[in-house]
Design a protein around this ligand. Structure first.
Ligand code: ADP
Length: 494
């Protein structure tokens, strides 16, 4: 990956994107399109099909037909594995093209995007391809005249609604296990980050996935996403995104066919720094990266910094220094540490949170404003606010932007109490040299993932899922497979 290659790719025009249904590109049934604005400069990049409910229904019908005739689920596991491995290879072979297209669409800094997007997506698809012929049924310990068998079956049609922050990585977390287990999938990418995911879906067909097994419909969440949620023919709905949408998806399920709904929602993850942390300078650098990468648009972002009072001022100064060293700028430059915010709406929302924090007694230590406005793009300086009380908006509500709130604490008990005082429970971290305290923090802080003396970076071998209003049903690892299978009992009298 070098700058010249990236610059050549960014100069290429992006053709309009259509739905992918039954293996073919299909326009919206009413020919509608959505403008795609690049967050890099606010300019029109291309258009996507603005799907209708009828488009979604036809994608679901195609996925259902593909499932029922067994063109994928009925193939021997070795054949399915071959296709998925080929798909992973194609994603890798087209990694830079996919990453640059994605960055032009969503604004993530390229250095991070290349690893976190095609790199991670290929790895995930490969992981589940390799796992698919290692998922066995079971024989129950029954009376001798009975054979009790537990079959693991694909569920049928999976609907996957994907957010805009890491479309390929998160898309692969759903597509990998869903397809590996033999399901058909209908994808709904996010309005402001559809392009690279649509391209990745096309590559699946090139790898030999039969038409109809993976369909993808672009458009507005409240139109095509709602149609997917309300469908009587989707068996499982998997989602990553905001709590408000997650709540709606549960309602859609209740109002339609009671489809299974798995939600990976937001967080307000506490990064807890004790005075006995092994290396405070390292903790400060990682704390800054843990919130500001991808402009804070990371579900597990460490957005609450809880610092032991005795080191508060000194530690905040270190984090501010590390933050100010992170260059905000053109996300397609390799030396940029923080790229663009995904959309103007999101940027305005972020700035609103800063204003609210100030009105609630917070103090901005660094950042706090829009920058590089002359580019036409959506950029925000990474922002640190101190004096955030545990009940302040900045401590309670997910910003999903580059805003870090700092709260001091006196004791371990107080740190745990503050850490657990939100409706969320996605991720967290504790920095300490005390082994017992480290383990106590893992047990006591209510989250799906707890880091010790690091932040982020958990790979595909371990689950990622939340507790509380951060969601249910983990992505990643072999555990994710459970979402995409049914257990079926065969009770046989011998
Ligand atoms: P954000 O507010 O950060 O954009 P959302 O939860 O709205 O997060 O978006 C995540 C995904 O959910 C996107 O693909 C979006 O299109 C989709 N979505 C938004 N609203 C709905 C809805 N009412 N029904 C189904 N999907 C939706």
């Amino acid at each position: 990956m070098d700058q010249t290659h990236i610059d050549a790719l960014r100069a290429q025009p992006v053709p309009p994107f259509l739905h992918l249904i039954d293996g073919k590109p299909v326009p919206a049934s009413d020919s509608g399109t959505l403008d795609v604005l690049s967050p890099i400069d606010g300019q029109l990049l291309t258009t996507t099909a603005n799907g209708t409910a009828a488009d979604m229904d036809s994608a679901i019908a195609s996925a259902r037909a593909a499932f029922e005739d067994g063109r994928w689920a009925g193939q021997p596991p070795a054949a399915r594995k071959k296709v998925l491995l080929k798909w992973a290879d194609l994603i890798e072979a087209n990694a830079l093209e996919l990453a640059v297209l994605g960055v032009r669409d969503n604004g993530t800094e390229i250095g991070m995007a290349i690893k976190a997007e095609p790199g991670s997506a290929a790895g995930t698809i490969r992981y589940y391809a390799e796992a698919l012929d290692k998922v066995y049924g079971e024989i129950a310990p029954t009376a001798p005249d009975i054979l009790g068998m537990i079959h693991k079956e694909p569920v049928g049609v999976v609907g996957a609604i994907i957010p805009w922050n890491f479309p390929l990585m998160i898309g692969a977390w759903k597509l990998g296990p869903a397809l590996a287990m033999g399901n058909s999938v209908v994808l709904k990418p996010a309005e402001t980050a559809s392009l690279s995911l649509m391209r990745m879906a096309q590559l699946a067909l090139e790898a030999g996935l039969p038409p109809g097994v993976l369909n993808a419909v672009t458009g507005e969440g409240k139109v095509v996403g709602e149609a997917m949620g309300l469908s009587m023919d989707v068996d499982v709905l998997v989602f990553t995104g905001s709590g408000g949408t997650g709540r709606r998806l549960m309602e859609y399920s209740a109002r339609s066919n009671m489809k299974r709904v798995y939600l990976e929602l937001g967080g307000k993850s506490p990064n807890i720094v004790f005075a006995d942390a092994p290396d405070l300078a390292e903790a400060a650098k990682v704390a800054a990266g843990g919130i500001f990468r991808n402009s804070g648009q990371v579900c597990v972002a460490g957005s609450r910094l809880l610092v032991e009072a005795s080191i508060h001022d000194e530690f905040v100064a270190e984090v501010a220094k590390a933050t100010e060293a992170m260059r905000v700028g053109d996300p397609l430059r390799l030396d940029t540490a923080i790229g663009a915010v995904n959309s103007e709406t999101q940027l305005r929302q972020n700035l609103g949170f800063v204003d609210m924090a100030l009105s609630e007694g917070g103090r901005v230590v660094t950042g706090g404003s829009r920058v590089l406005e002359e580019t036409g793009g959506y950029y925000m300086a990474p922002t640190i606010v101190t004096g955030v009380t545990p009940d302040a908006s900045l401590a309670q509500k997910e910003v999903f932007g580059p805003v870090l709130g700092v709260t001091p604490f006196q004791t371990e008990e107080e740190a745990v109490r503050i850490a657990n005082s939100t409706v969320y429970g996605l991720a967290g971290a504790a920095w300490t040299s005390n082994l017992s305290r480290a383990h106590r923090m893992v047990r006591k802080v209510r989250t799906g993932v707890m880091h010790i003396n690091t932040y982020g970076g958990a790979d595909g071998t371990v689950p990622l899922g939340g507790v509380g209003q951060s969601g249910n049903g983990a992505d990643k690892s072999l555990h994710a497979i459970e979402k995409y299978i049914n257990l079926k009992t065969a009770w046989i009298k011998l």
